[in-house]
Design a protein around this ligand. Structure first.
Ligand code: GLV
Ligand code: GLV
Length: 325
């Protein structure tokens, strides 16, 4: 008989189309995330799960799913999965790197430019009839060209952002857990301690994964170190930033503003104070939201799922320790 899988969202056909005939599968068809109870029930009956960052794959779920062999995440980040618990139980975990690198770097750069040049605020200004005359002081922003860009987390996406920044003649600093002399060389960038990056950067852009180490990485202390003219960009994961501290930083002008694609809680509640600030530009977790990136993610998620279920080593294995020949 074919192996069984549960798919927690209707992902693109580029991926789902690979499954018929190779796996017996069911898809959660609603646009809201699958209910926890349904997920627990469905996952307990299958060998493979193709899930998204809305689904919490934790010890409780894994304990109830002894037949589970693989959790294929349709995302590059996998902070929604307890990888340690999965590894302990021999469950393979996979993600979708590479295919979303450019799209995510593009959205980071979009937020850099939009925040610096106040694009969203200006759009609202014009449409509300406030534009009475061209004026030398109207909606002045910050220069992106020749500014200092501080990249926190020099992985694939951080590197792609740095390459874009080179076209704007930006000076690049970066902070990374392990030394990356190769990146210094390739990008003409300088690896520095986080505090130095915060003090010297005009734009600080976050590209680290969310982990115990990076949760709350940018809090009051860090925001107070930044320049008054600086802009914080977050396209990584919301909890990397202390959102309450960021509200104070932006409302009391410790920093100039922020551009955010991710939030501590998603969807961000409409009474979140940050949403009341003109110097904060917000978009709803769209980093990988291009047609090409999402098709690539669907394809990878399906291929990783199939590989694991058919006894082959998946290309994007997050926990190789769990792999047994
Ligand atoms: C999206 O946030 C991802 O991790 O792919
Ligand atoms: C502005 O539009 C200028 O021409 O300087």
């Amino acid at each position: 008989p074919l192996p069984k899988a549960y798919v927690t969202r209707r992902v693109q056909d580029a991926g789902l189309g690979l499954l018929p005939g190779r796996v017996e599968f069911e898809v959660w068809e609603k646009t809201v995330p699958v209910d926890r109870e349904v997920l627990l029930e469905k996952a307990s009956q299958v060998q493979g799960l193709l899930c998204t960052l809305s689904d919490r794959i934790d010890e409780e779920l894994l304990a109830r799913c002894p037949g589970l062999k693989v959790v294929s995440n349709y995302a590059v980040g996998y902070d929604n999965i307890d990888v340690e618990a999965a590894t302990r139980r021999g469950v393979l975990v996979t993600n979708t790197p590479d295919v979303l690198t450019n799209a995510t770097a593009d959205i980071a750069f979009t937020l850099i430019l939009a925040s610096a040049r106040r694009v969203v605020e200006a759009n609202e200004f014009l449409r509300s009839g406030d534009w009475v005359t061209w004026h030398p002081d109207l909606l002045l922003g910050q220069d992106v060209s020749e500014a200092v860009l501080g990249i926190v987390g020099m992985g694939k996406i951080g590197r792609a952002v740095a390459k874009r920044a080179a076209g704007f003649s930006m000076k690049i600093l970066f902070f990374n857990r392990s030394p990356r002399p190769d990146m210094e060389k390739e990008l003409g960038a300088r690896q520095v301690p986080l505090d130095e990056l915060l003090r010297e950067s005009d734009f600080v852009s976050l590209h680290c994964p969310l982990s115990a180490e990076t949760k709350g990485l940018i809090g009051e202390r860090e925001l107070r170190m930044m320049k008054k003219s600086a802009i914080l960009i977050n396209t990584s994961r919301g909890p990397v930033v202390d959102q309450k501290a960021l509200y104070r930083a932006c409302s009391e002008q410790w920093i100039w503003g922020a551009g955010l694609d991710v939030f501590e809680k998603e969807p961000v509640p409409l009474d979140e104070p940050l949403l009341s600030l003109k110097n904060v530009t917000t978009i709803p977790h769209l980093g990988s939201a291009t047609i090409r990136a999402r098709e690539g993610m669907a394809r990878k998620a399906a291929e990783n799922l199939l590989a694991a279920l058919e006894g082959r080593k998946p290309a994007d294995l997050v926990n190789p320790e769990a792999w047994k020949e």
